[in-house]
Write a protein that binds this ligand. Structure first.
Ligand code: NAP
Length: 222
């Protein structure tokens, strides 16, 4: 049986990841900031285990790592993210955007790495965005793009260490997906995006580690 951990599964792409992997018969560990009122995530059927996690809370990250310490994880997906928009932003918003989008994925994955090493597949994905690509809108103020670009930089710096432990790690762009983050004008449904992401992750081999891929498996420019 494949065990999948989805960090940030309450809504949007993360919720759909939990749904599809559970429907496929996987054991799913899914995190939410609202364990008492998990909403749609609480209604996902199958072998689904919910855990509380705000990714800026180091104590909760540690507690999650403890809860999963005896649980080998085949596929770990750090999906949680926010779009704090464009513009210069106030320092607090800028710091929060960087903390959630750029720091938390690296810190959370690092905390769960032993469980991934103990898993059979040893796959890690961090949800980035094409807006973090250096070629997109370079130079203009963009809190979201800047934070995803910073995530990409940090991911590329740490990925060789993860690879040395036998892990295949990639950064992902899910496509332009209809969620609370984007609204109804986006081109893809969460179902389509997640179907693609699952295919991409299923097809990864060790030599793919360190790539930045979209939901169709195409390389995205760093
Ligand atoms: N939609 C797109 O077109 C698109 C494109 C490129 C990249 N992405 C990336 O894909 C990921 C998912 O996006 P989405 O469109 O599904 O967004 P969404 O519908 O806004 O969902 C965001 C998810 O992240 C969680 N989250 C936010 N801050 C968190 C925190 N501090 N701790 C724990 N969880 C937190 C949210 O939990 P709460 O319910 O508790 O807020 C929610 O589950 C994000 O990383 C996003 O940047 C999306």
């Amino acid at each position: 049986m494949t065990t999948v951990a989805v960090i940030g599964a309450s809504r949007g792409i993360g919720l759909e990841l939990a749904r599809q992997y559970a429907a496929d018969g996987c054991r799913v560990h899914a995190t939410t900031r609202a364990l008492d009122a998990p909403g749609a995530l609480g209604a996902v059927g199958g072998d689904v285990h919910l855990h509380p996690l705000d990714v800026v809370d180091d104590g909760q990250i540690e507690a999650l790592a403890g809860a999963l310490s005896e649980e080998p994880i085949d596929i770990l997906i750090h999906n949680a993210g926010i779009n704090a928009g464009r513009g210069a932003g106030d320092p607090e918003t800028t710091a929060r955007s960087m903390r959630i989008n750029a720091e938390a994925p690296i810190v959370t994955v690092a905390a769960l790495l032993d469980s991934v090493v103990a898993g059979g597949d040893r796959k890690v994905a961090v949800m980035s965005s094409v807006q973090g690509s250096g070629r997109s809108r370079a130079g203009s103020p963009d809190l979201y793009g800047d934070s995803k670009r910073e995530l990409n930089t940090r991911f590329r710096a740490i990925e060789p260490e993860w690879r040395a432990r036998g892990i295949t790690a990639v950064a992902l762009h899910p496509g332009y997906v209809r969620t609370d983050m984007t609204g109804s004008h986006a081109s893809l449904s969460p179902e389509e995006s997640v179907r693609g992401i699952r295919n991409v992750l299923a097809g990864l081999t060790a030599k793919d580690s360190g790539r930045f891929l979209d939901y169709r498996g195409k390389d995205v420019a760093w």
